[in-house]
Design a protein around this ligand. Sequence first.
Ligand code: PEP
Ligand code: MN
Length: 364
Amino acid sequence: MTKPPENDRNTFSKDSVEGMMPMLICGPCSAESESQLMTTASGLSALLRLDYFRAGIWKPRTRPGDFEGVGINGLRWMQKVKDNFGFRLMVEVASPEHVEAILQYGVDAVWIGARTVVNPFSVQELAEALRGTKLPVFIKNPVTPDLHLWIGAIERFLKAEAGTLSAIHRGFHYFARSPYRNAPMWEIAIELKRLMPELPVITDISHISGRRSLLHEIAQKALDLGTDGLMIESHYDPSTAKTDAAQQITPAELLKMVNKLHVRKRPEGNDFDIVLERLRTEIDKLDGELLHLLARRMEIIDEIGQHKKAHNLSILQLKRWQHIMDDRSAIGLHLGLDKNFLVELLELVHKTSIERQENIFRKE
Ligand code: PEP
Ligand code: MN
């Protein structure tokens, strides 16, 4: 770890100096049992200074029948966590009924989940339910990469004059394959910060990463971009976790991971490379589109292969191939692509297409 300047707090552990570090929100993905919450909280409390202890009480699940959270019982256990360890509590709310329940159990802050933020009706209902409560509200980005939808949700809470607002960047659903569970698309969070500089933006590294091995890299990147805090899922025994087992870490692993982070003085303004981030996202998107197009092309090649086989036609039809080479090269050259690149690319595509059709011919 690089030595930080004097008086600069560079560790999240309990003995650090207050005030210098970004916010830290940790706890399990879901509340599962009283002992799971207490053991996890005890581990965290021994090692780290947390701003909030989090747990999902009602879980938004993709399919019915998956573990849907423990409900009100979980709130009773959370109260015990607060009484025993003094943590401030943060819970996800998705309906006015949830808000009513958490208000009875001394929850200190709420987050609005990514699946809720996509729905302006739900967001408006929650904003009304939280009106006047002064409860801090943390608004996750919507699952889709739509900055306006995110800002719209924030504006609904602003108008309802709920408590202090923060955003949570948890990554976005993206059609192309990526190493992340939710593509970070950093430029969207950066743009939010540019448009609403006073709004703290926390990074939920667990839901971006989807697996433990990526947490450190994502946390470091978030800090380098000047994040206002980290949300990290932690479970005393992730292998038994009922939700998000692959991305949760034990309190001890969490401490080890955060202590390896370089915490730099946060930039005053936007001195990170927004242009580069935007261009890279564009490249990622285009690569995804290119691969989808290539896959679609191969599917049609297969259909042609079936047709040729059924009608006893030869695979290689030289006139057609010559036409493709001439036509595509002309288009590519016109678009400013290099001649050699075009020839190599077209030949590779053609060679692979022929191989696929040969395979079709070989099958009985
Ligand atoms: C969570 O924080 O456990 C959660 C369900 O998050 P998200 O809404 O980001 O999927
Ligand atoms: Mn989770």
